[in-house]
Write a protein that binds this ligand. Structure first.
Ligand SMILES: Nc1ncnc2c1ncn2[C@@H]1O[C@H](COP(=O)(O)OP(=O)(O)OP(=O)(O)O)[C@@H](O)[C@H]1O
Ligand SMILES: [Mg+2]
Length: 232
């Protein structure tokens, strides 16, 4: 009898195989493959234009791959229609975009409450208060995003991602605009917050300063291929 893979939890949270995508104009990523275990933290390094943001959008189901498979928590993201893909992403994944994308017209607290609602989760003021406290944002909860410093806004975007209780946290260039001390602090915060939440973390960046902070690093070459970094 053939084994039923959905009776037991998949060993890997994310399994990517032979994945490729080309934008109009020829830029893109792959073919490549990698896996991420539940609660594992991984850095993905690559030069500008190598396809890091494209890869993140593929994993999040925001782009449809040309070839290959993406299994997220055992579900085939690559084979789902748009609505089912949105649903899988909402249930499993949060993204911290480089441009942060906080909703500018509402407060930090309201941004977090809205994120929970959009993720289909019930209101949880206690969780929001604890997260804001944990990230040093409690005194800023009532502020609009434009009244935050860059570092504060980054922490607010991280809080908004974590408030959706993701199993996979994706971050695109979370530190490239920061000085050395700020970059270390921001990456450490990401790592600690993901570990405390039990979420896997995939950070894509060209910021090689982060390598010593991560137990595992993958390197995306200019040819669109991926290799484990031997030094980590
Ligand atoms: N919307 C788009 N339309 C056409 N080409 C695109 C688009 N987005 C990205 N590209 C191209 O695809 C390639 C990969 O882009 P991508 O943004 O994924 O790279 P990246 O590694 O994230 O770069 P950076 O470090 O500068 O953010 C580049 O050649 C880029 O010009
Ligand atoms: Mg990018």
């Amino acid at each position: 009898m053939a084994p039923c893979r959905y009776l037991i939890a998949p060993v890997m949270l994310l399994e990517v195989e032979n994945l490729s995508f080309r934008h109009p104009g020829g830029g893109g990523v792959g073919p490549l493959g990698f896996t991420l275990a539940p609660a594992e933290a991984c850095l993905l390094l690559g030069p500008s234009g190598s396809g890091k943001s494209t890869l993140l959008q593929l994993v999040a189901g925001l782009l449809t791959p040309e070839t290959g498979t993406i299994l997220l928590d055992g579900e085939p993201m690559h084979a789902l229609g748009p609505a089912a893909r949105d649903d899988l992403r909402r249930r499993t994944t949060a993204i911290v975009f480089q441009s942060l994308r906080l909703v500018s017209a509402i407060s930090v607290h309201a941004n977090l409450a809205l994120a929970r609602r959009l993720a289909g989760l019930p209101p949880d003021p206690g969780r929001i208060a604890r997260l804001l406290e944990r990230l040093g944002l409690a005194p800023l909860a009532g502020r609009l995003p434009r009244a935050l410093s860059q570092g504060e806004a980054q922490r607010a975007a991280l809080a908004r991602a974590l408030v959706t209780e993701p199993r996979l946290l994706l971050a695109d260039e979370p530190t490239s605009a920061l000085d050395d001390a700020q970059a270390t602090a921001a990456a450490t915060l990401l790592l600690d917050a993901a570990r405390e939440a039990g979420a896997a973390l995939l950070v894509v960046t060209h910021d090689a300063r982060l390598k010593p902070l991560f137990g595992r690093a993958l390197v995306l070459g200019a040819d669109g291929r991926l290799a484990e970094d031997a030094a980590t």
